[in-house]
Design a binder for this molecule. Structure first.
Ligand SMILES: [Zn+2]
Length: 113
């Protein structure tokens, strides 16, 4: 499952962050998930539960914020929401598009006690 490996990366970040602080329990984990990752919320939740078992993250709430795909035209530098997998600048019809948002899976915040 694709989401398991994504979540593996998230937990490495969580462990790095927590190792610098004294934390008893993690209450909430917030992620920003780009649409291009194709990560499904249900599968992310399952992966989160699997990774958090027997750690201080166990029982924490997982919040997933979906991030739309943003492209930028290499020609006219127009920025736009990419609605389909057909990458075309709506301004000048150029197909040289750079993806500037939507491929990421980021740890947005951790709520701890
Ligand atoms: Zn353009």
């Amino acid at each position: 499952m694709h989401e398991m490996s994504l979540m593996g990366g998230v937990f490495e970040l969580i462990e790095q962050t927590l190792s610098q602080h004294e934390v008893e329990r993690v209450l909430q984990v917030k992620l920003r998930v780009g649409e291009l990752t194709n990560a499904q919320p249900d599968a992310l939740q399952m992966a989160f539960e699997a990774y958090s078992k027997d750690t201080i993250c166990e029982g924490a709430d997982l919040l997933v914020e979906r991030v739309p795909v943003l492209g930028r035209c290499r020609d006219c530098h127009h920025e736009f929401n990419v609605e389909t997998m057909f990458f075309l600048c709506p301004n000048c019809q150029n197909t040289g598009i750079e993806i500037i948002q939507g491929e990421e899976l980021l740890l947005e915040s951790l709520e701890v006690e």
